[in-house]
Design a protein around this ligand. Structure first.
Ligand SMILES: NC(=O)c1ccc[n+]([C@@H]2O[C@H](COP(=O)([O-])OP(=O)(O)OC[C@H]3O[C@@H](n4cnc5c(N)ncnc54)[C@H](O)[C@@H]3O)[C@@H](O)[C@H]2O)c1
Ligand SMILES: CC(C)C[C@H](N)C(=O)O
Length: 364
């Protein structure tokens, strides 16, 4: 990969390589865009096949956070870190502390949080070396694990999508097919069950399925059978790329709305479901509850305020559906337009020089 060519074509600001021999740290911090504020995005720990794969993942995920944060109405830019390593075997306290010192060296340009392979405990270790970390333990007055709040946002987003598809946002009597009942989806199922939705669930983890069957009277199906079930809403909450050539012809749902990142295998699949009249809630808009929650820590965490902000996911999606109808474009295009319009309006209005200008971190 020609790194500068790639960075130039998608307008990346900065790529930082962090190495610490003693702890085994090999991390890549990608900062995509800081027009709206410091770049906030989680740290992913993963075993990559090659360094090029890790760099590409960091860059791709960082850009996704720029759009997620902008669409969520946060005064934050987008960034992400990948740590190369096996989260089951390669973690040690020194590794996260060394990483925390690298974050500190960026002096607030990048703020981290949890992502795949990292936990609240890892954030607490990073916090020993830097203030620029969120999602740390509630003992520090912080927000802790973002998953339950992400779930609340996804639930609100499902209601907004139901409103668009059915003209009514009640989920009572609606059937929701849930793919993956992990951290986010289990709490999401609690909200759906409470409202009287019928649940069909699948997971590769049998215990996770049984937990949902016992708690919510959910019907269980095999992992490959979830796409074709009779349902009103398909909620992908496990992997990315499950909306693809194989699955679209099987889908009976009129709505696709779930927590997984990167749900469309490619943009072409977003076009196909749009043509079929399926209402798709763009992934980075509906699953932004976690980042909204951790971002609230920057103002001194207040759970009530964070949950109120998460509820605006309903309005953001309603706006996306309006843009989609107004411009006759698929919803994934409408979401990108909404985010890009916000970044553009701020970049054109920030023309005056200010020594020590006010920004999100000023209140810390
Ligand atoms: N946790 C958050 O706050 C958050 C925020 C934004 C986006 N997301 C995204 O939401 C999704 C779920 O996150 P999570 O934190 O609940 O993860 P998780 O690992 O707790 O849950 C995922 C579940 O999916 C299951 N699964 C994996 N492959 C499957 C398959 N082929 N078929 C069926 N089930 C399968 C796993 O067994 C697991 O139970 C991920 O895509 C994640 O990136 C999470
Ligand atoms: C900042 C984090 C809570 C971000 C989260 N991992 C996401 O993908 O939205």
């Amino acid at each position: 990969m020609e790194i500068f060519t790639y960075m130039e074509s998608y307008d990346y600001e900065q790529l930082v390589f962090c190495q610490d021999k003693n702890s085994g740290l090999k991390a890549i911090i990608a900062i995509h865009d800081t027009t709206l504020g410091p770049a906030l995005g989680g740290t992913r720990m993963w075993t990559y096949d090659s360094e090029a794969d890790a760099i590409e993942d960091a860059l791709r995920l960082a850009k996704g956070m720029t759009y997620k944060n902008a669409a969520a109405g946060l005064n934050l830019g987008g960034g992400k870190t990948v740590i190369i390593g096996d989260p089951k075997k390669d973690k040690n306290p020194e590794l996260f502390r060394a990483f925390g010192r690298y974050i500190q060296s960026l002096n607030g340009r990048y703020i981290t949080a949890e992502d795949v392979g990292t936990t609240v405990q890892d954030m607490d270790l990073i916090h020993m070396e830097t203030d620029f970390v969120t999602g740390i333990s509630p003992e520090f007055g912080s927000s802790g694990n973002p998953s339950p709040v992400t779930a609340y946002g996804v639930y609100k987003g499902i209601k907004a999508a139901a409103m668009e598809a059915y003209g009514n946002d009640s989920l009572e009597g609606k059937t929701v097919a849930v793919q993956g009942v992990g951290n986010v989806a289990y709490t999401m199922c609690e909200y759906l069950h409470e409202e009287g939705a019928k649940l069909i669930v699948t997971d590769i983890n049998k215990e996770a399925v049984q937990r949902a069957v016992d708690a919510f009277g959910a019907e269980a199906v095999g992992p490959d059978d979830i796409y074709a079930v009779d349902c009103d809403i398909y909620a992908p909450c496990a992997l990315g790329a499950t909306i693809n050539d194989d699955t679209i012809p099987q889908l009976k749902a009129k709505v696709i709305a779930g927590s997984a990142n990167n749900q469309l295998k490619s943009t072409e699949h977003g076009d196909i479901i749009h043509e079929k009249g399926i209402v798709y809630a763009p992934d980075y808009v509906i699953n932004s509850g976690g980042v909204i929650n951790v971002a609230d820590e920057l103002n001194g965490y207040n759970q009530h305020r964070a949950m109120k902000k998460v509820e605006t996911i309903y309005d953001s999606l309603t706006r996306v559906f309006e843009i989609s109808r107004r411009d006759n474009v698929p919803t994934y295009v409408a979401a990108d337009r909404m985010a890009e319009e916000r970044i553009k309006s701020v970049s054109t209005s920030r023309s005056q020089f200010l020594l020590n200008g006010h920004h999100t971190l000023s209140r810390r």
